[in-house]
Design a protein around this ligand. Structure first.
Ligand code: CUA
Length: 193
């Protein structure tokens, strides 16, 4: 008579033998590492350098736009293709508005000076990406993000939108100019003036 294999009988094999010592060690190592990574999630959330350095609060997008326009009117020093170039004093609150599909204004900042950069959007989510650096930030309508920033390099940089925001997303470029004031003074005293 044919024998049927049921779940009650032990199948052939070696799996029920105790694990080898080395296997136990490796399982312990893997488990310990899992716990380390698990602990890193909350620890990094509190300690990691990726966290925004400043304040955040709700803002009416129209009110933010008004504030940006006031900021532009106060510190405007020039224009580039219709976009105002704004040079705020070091240490001040500076404003950048993302909208479909531009960043306003063009910020002219001083190397080594610290500013509080207020970022917000007028319409939809945008992504602030300072090219070519790995500086990324979500710009969300209705929220004012005040980030403390200190430019460490002089140059002419671009802001790229890295959050898909519609048909003109790829055209959404901005500009940040960082000037090295010490070098500029040295150049001036060197004969220009
Ligand atoms: Cu704004 Cu993409």
């Amino acid at each position: 008579m044919e024998r049927y294999h049921t779940g009650i009988e032990s199948p052939r094999g070696v799996w029920w033998r105790p694990a080898h010592r080395t296997e136990k060690i490796w399982v312990s190592v893997a488990f310990a590492w899992c716990m380390v990574l698990f602990a890193m999630m909350p620890i990094w959330h509190l300690k990691g350098g990726q966290n925004p350095s400043g304040i955040r609060h709700r803002v009416d997008p129209r009110a933010f736009q008004d504030r940006v326009e006031e900021f532009i009117a106060t510190y405007k020093v020039g224009e580039d293709r219709g976009f105002p170039i704004v040079e705020p004093p070091p240490g001040s609150d500076i404003y950048l508005l993302g909208r479909m599909w531009s960043w306003t204004p063009i910020l002219k900042l001083r190397k080594g000076a610290t500013y509080t950069l207020h970022l917000s959007s007028l319409d939809v989510n945008h992504g602030f990406n300072l090219h070519p650096f790995n500086v990324n930030f979500q710009v969300v309508p209705g929220y004012d993000y005040g980030l403390r920033v200190t430019p460490t390099e002089a140059g002419d940089f671009r802001i790229v939108c890295n959050e898909f925001c519609g048909i003109g997303h790829h055209l959404m470029l901005g500009r940040v100019i960082v000037v090295d004031e010490d070098a500029a003074v040295a150049a001036r005293t060197g004969g220009e003036r």
